[in-house]
Design a protein around this ligand. Structure first.
Ligand SMILES: [Zn+2]
Ligand SMILES: [Zn+2]
Length: 888
């Protein structure tokens, strides 16, 4: 007999009691730290660093779950596996949060000063970092905490400065005046990707500009009349015949009376408004380019807080929207406002605070992205990097081919300060990785660092190599880079993935990863995006407390497929919890059987029962499918097949058959196969549900003889490999047929509401399978509550007999009605129902003959009643046939 356990398994699985114990065990054993083996190719995932801004949300839980599945799977396959965790300082997002906290205390960052504000943000961020790590641990994330990185750590910070300096030296970083998106609330420039475009119902204002020295006008249309103050030209398309004589003339700008020219430019769309457009180069990206081509001056009219500046003349000091109204009033008075049309257009909003952004011309730092995009396009075209799902390859290439320069400076205090120093003596710039003491050109010590910080995505773009120690030639960089999979949401393909590819190639000469796996967005039951505003957010920690981590992971992985959005519903969480309980009960049964039986646990291949051969065949088939699906990143389908195998074939059928054999002490004992199939399945499931599988595996291991489960933990045990020799189509055919027969009889019982204590008769016709199935009559009897079970020589029922005939895939089951129901009561029930249905038919027929109804009722109502009638008539016929059989 196997070793007698001292502690018995509790009746039910309590996730809360075991999860943290096992996490600590894994951590203490150092399983998360890979062993570098130069002979083996490592498997590496760099975790997308969560923003230090806040707690983990359910999206992070999804990311962590998918990555943990991959990482645990590869680790069990014996590959040196690194999952490197990290946290992002999230410049603008973090500063916005801390500014709000300061405002609550009545403090303004400008009053507090740069250094004290930074200290406050740092302190707050540090507390968050620890919380984020703890939350990841609750999710079971098996990442290497010893290698955790923070974007503001010295290593990654030096990588940022080094990358900046090298790109600057190659001429790929420049400072220039461009139109940028300005958020007046955040008081910083934003990249195009950080602005949300929202469709707004606004107005198109038609305004007359008087021609100089003439009584004529030219009419332009605008959605932002306050920008008239910044106009430096009116432009028409050179092919537009309506304005042929106008080009070269001058107009007088209303409100400020500046004289500006009428010019011709290809960019003007003759179909828009009147075909003549105002050019405001300091406040519109297209106009900025027109101005560059035509040598027009830039007139900025806004202060950083979007009040009007001195160039706005009489309107100086007004807020941008107050100014709009004031100008409209004045234009109206002067008779220059021709008309106002309602006009729907798209307006940029700050992604962080939803304030309407203002395009303004400003001196900023840019990366010239075209030269970096070239190699990044090639890497994907040549399939050195593959994007899953494939459809995003096109999206990526399209964006890269039309890429625009990237504005990387932000007027913030939180982040990596731009490594550029301006000389007050010679005016030159010094760009340096380390803080310079003097100007690189004239040697003056009167130098001052650029006050701005870099866009947070700049440091994120370096993440796969900066976390490995780049620019130093470290062991980690040599062994783990390029990494294997970059797993993230499709919503940050441009923000992050594309930029990592560009910067990875630029800095290291190598791709940062070979596969990009993009997951979809999480939605609620109704398919809506989760948001705090909607109040449909699912909190991962609350969910873990209620259902257990494995249930949450199960629900998140449930039918996930690359790139498609996922619904998270309470029923899926419950399904996950029920699955853990089902496995618990199954293991408890196996464990008790080991304790009760005196059986050697090694499987003897010859002399196995059909159901043993069947479950071993199905197990091997499931392993093969799961492995193939995981290879193709189809984690949802892999989990579904595992679940269906374990719940259905193993627990519901194999264990039920085994119970019969164990209680009748039948030879051979099913115990060796039970133990083998369970132990193997737990390993197969471990990457998906790590905690419950470890708990069950350990309970099993305690009762197994030495040599069965050699490792100390399931997480370092080998991942199961499919065994082709176990595949047994004959056994599968027989067992499927038996299962189908039992299933059909159970369904018939349920449909006819047979009391659970009542035995019913079943006659089975199974053709050539008869001898094999006949051997299972006792099991069919027990599991279907059918007695006697007899076998027919030929298909079909005896004529005139009142029976239920069930036609199945490879057999037929005949159940005499009288064995299920009381015939007299059934006859009466049928007669009553025929009377009721007949009355309904008569009522409907009368109604459909009623002329008043037919003329007054809408055609749809009449059609519906006709359908009703034909449905009832059909039912009446079927009831009568049934009754006729009873009478026979
Ligand atoms: Zn903002
Ligand atoms: Zn100088």
């Amino acid at each position: 007999m196997a070793e007698t356990p001292k502690d018995e398994m509790p009746k039910a699985y309590e996730a809360g009691k075991v999860e943290q114990k096992w996490y600590k065990f894994w951590l203490d054993k150092g399983y998360f730290t890979p062993k570098i083996d130069p002979k083996k190719k490592p498997f590496v995932i760099i975790m997308p660093p969560p923003n230090v801004t806040g707690e983990l949300h359910i999206g992070h839980a999804l990311t962590a779950t998918l990555e943990d599945i991959m990482v645990r799977w590869h680790r069990m396959m014996g590959e040196p596996t690194l999952w490197l965790p990290g946290v992002d300082h999230a410049g603008i997002a973090t500063q916005v949060v801390v500014e709000k906290m300061l405002a609550g205390e009545g403090v303004d960052r400008h009053k507090l000063g740069r250094e004290k504000t930074q200290a406050r943000i740092r302190q707050w961020a540090e507390s968050r970092r620890q919380m984020i790590a703890r939350q990841h641990q609750r999710l079971g994330a098996s990442c290497d905490w010893g290698r955790e990185r923070y974007t503001l750590d010295e290593g990654p910070s030096r990588a940022v400065r080094t990358a900046f300096v090298r790109l600057y030296e190659k001429g790929l970083i420049y400072r220039g005046e461009r139109i940028i998106n300005w958020c007046p609330r955040c008081a910083t420039a934003l990249s195009d990707l950080e602005t949300d475009h929202q469709d707004i119902q606004g107005n198109l204002y038609y305004v007359r500009y008087p021609l100089e020295g003439s009584k004529e006008f030219i009419t332009v249309a605008t959605t932002r009349p306050e920008t008239i103050l910044g106009d430096t030209a009116v432009a028409v398309n050179p092919k537009d015949k309506r304005y042929k004589g106008m080009v070269g003339k001058k107009v007088i700008l209303p409100a400020v009376k500046r004289v500006i020219p009428i010019i011709a430019d290809e960019a003007v769309d003759p179909e828009f408004g009147t075909g003549a457009v105002k050019i405001t180069p300091a406040h519109d990206p297209v106009d900025f380019e027109v101005a560059q081509r035509n040598d027009l001056p830039l007139v900025s009219i806004l202060n950083p807080d979007v009040t009007m500046n001195e160039n706005a003349g009489p309107y100086a000091g007004l807020d941008r929207f107050e100014c709009r109204q004031a100008i409209l009033d004045d234009l109206e008075k002067e008779g220059l406002l021709v008309k106002i049309e309602p006009y729907g257009h798209s307006v940029g909003h700050c992604m962080r605070c939803q304030t309407i952004i203002e395009p303004i011309a400003s001196q900023q730092w840019f990366i010239s992205t075209k030269p970096l995009a070239g190699p990044a396009i090639k890497a994907v075209q040549a399939e050195s990097i593959s994007i899953i799902p494939e459809r995003f390859t096109k999206v990526y290439l399209n964006w890269m081919e039309n890429i625009r320069d990237w504005c990387i400076s932000r007027q913030l205090w939180w982040g990596h300060r731009i490594p550029v120093w301006y000389c007050r003596d010679c005016g030159e710039v010094t760009v340096s990785v380390d803080e310079p003491k003097a100007c690189g050109k004239c040697g003056s010590s009167k130098i001052e660092q650029d006050p701005d910080v870099l866009d947070t995505w700049f440091s994120s773009a370096l993440w796969p190599h900066s976390t490995m120690g780049w620019p130093d030639d470290t062991g980690d960089l040599g062994y783990f880079y390029p990494t294997t999979v970059m797993e993230t949401g499709y919503d940050i393909l441009f923000f992050w993935v594309a930029r990592m590819i560009m910067m990875g190639l630029a800095d290291t000469g190598d791709i940062p990863f070979s596969t990009v796996y993009l997951h979809g967005l999480l939605r609620d039951e109704k398919g809506e995006k989760m948001s705090k505003v909607k109040g449909n957010v699912v909190d991962p920690l609350d969910t873990i407390a209620k259902y257990g981590t494995d249930a949450l992971r199960f629900a998140l992985t449930n039918d996930i497929s690359p790139g498609n959005d996922i619904k998270l519903t309470p029923s899926r969480l419950e399904a996950g919890r029920n699955f853990a309980n089902k496995l618990w009960n199954a293991t408890r049964f196996v464990v008790r059987s080991i304790e009760a039986e005196d059986v050697a646990l090694n499987i003897k291949r010859d002399g196995l029962a059909v159901e043993d051969r069947w479950i071993l065949s199905r197990l091997s088939g499931t392993i093969a499918n799961v492995t193939r699906l995981m290879d193709n990143f189809q984690f949802g389908e892999a989990q579904r097949q595992l679940h269906d195998f374990l719940w259905g074939e193993f627990c519901d059928w194999y264990i039920e058959f085994a119970k019969i054999r164990l209680s009748s002490k039948e030879e051979p004992s099913p115990l060796p196969v039970l133990v083998y199939a369970l132990e193997t399945s737990l390993r197969l499931l471990h990457p998906f549900m790590p905690f419950v599988t470890e708990e069950l595996w350990q309970n099993l291991k305690k009762r197994l003889p030495a040599g069965w489960a050699k490792t100390e933990s399931i997480m370092v045990a080998a991942y199961p490999a499919a065994d082709d020799r176990a595949i047994d189509p004959e056994a599968e055919r027989v067992m499927e047929s038996i299962v189908e027969i039992i299933h059909a009889i159970r369904n018939a019982r349920a449909e006819h509401k047979v009391e659970s204590g009542r035995w019913i008769e079943a006659r089975v016709y199974a053709g050539e399978l008869t001898p094999a199935i006949k051997a299972y009559s006792p099991a069919i009897e027990t599991l279907a509550k059918a007695r006697p079970v007899s076998f027919l020589e030929s298909r079909g029922e005896a004529p005139g007999e009142n029976v239920l005939a069930l036609v199945l895939k490879s057999s037929e089951v005949i159940i005499p009605m009288e064995s299920m129901v009381d015939l007299e009561a059934e006859r009466q029930r049928l007669e009553q129902e025929i009377a009721r249905t007949g009355a309904e038919v008569a009522r409907l027929e009368a109604r459909l003959k009623d002329k008043a109804f037919l003329t007054k009722a809408p055609p749809a109502v009449v059609a519906k009643e006709r359908d009703n009638l034909s449905g009832r008539k059909d039912r009446l016929e079927r009831l009568k046939t049934q009754l006729a059989r009873f009478k026979a």
